[in-house]
Design a binder for this molecule. Sequence first.
Ligand code: IPE
Ligand code: IPE
Ligand code: MG
Length: 244
Amino acid sequence: MKKTIDTNNIPEHVAVIMDGNGRWAKKKLFNRIRGHQEGVKSIRSVVETARDLGIKVLSLYAFSKENWNRPKREVESLMKLLKKYLVNETPDMKKNNIEVRVIGAKEDFSDELRELFEKTNLETKDGAKMILNLCLSYSGRFDILNAVKTILRESNNNRIDPDEITEQFFSDHLYTRGVKDPDLLIRTSGEMRISNFLLWQLAYSEIYVTKTLWPDFRKDDFIEAILDYQTRERRYGLTSEQVQ
Ligand code: IPE
Ligand code: IPE
Ligand code: MG
């Protein structure tokens, strides 16, 4: 029997490590760029499905701080693809009530791209149905260090009492401030690692790893991940009896 989605147990925030574009291309004897291009179609499919399911926040790991060290040609192609993606998709995001935010070290990008990030957010920011976090030049450790630096700067004038630094206070200084921590983390292409994604925020996320490569990961695969999530018991350190 085909399982159906429990609409009362939809994860509020889903984060995705979209991995495997290179391997997908290699398998088909294409160059890696073709894999990234095909991956954009998966992004489209997953964004649409997430929105339709009523997911409130979708965070996509699209480019890590470490990814800058890839061959120059690949990085340049990714930047072109990113520009094209933002220009092409913004009207649909607007129409579909999706707010697009870029999170990560935005200062690492060209002026042109930074302006485009700004413009995309301005044009979509009334979208109340879903927030799409595009994690770009993102690094979990950098996110945490950045929060520490911001807190220190704020404390320079009027000293902060160390007891004021609660988990909530710290979270409010991360790139993801204002949104709930991910309920579910999906990683495609089988790798069992976090690769410097949302280190602080993933503390209690459910993890789903699939061997499917990102360019092959579409609507049905996303629904499969949500169904798997719905079988989990989230205990947060308690016993099963306490949770039930
Ligand atoms: C993910 O696919 C996309 C980015 C990191 C930009 P990869 O390019 O890492 O694909 P694999 O891991 O080499 O297959
Ligand atoms: C993680 O994938 C980053 C993104 C999906 C953007 P990587 O391909 O960079 O991760 P590693 O190198 O396999 O850990
Ligand atoms: Mg990879």
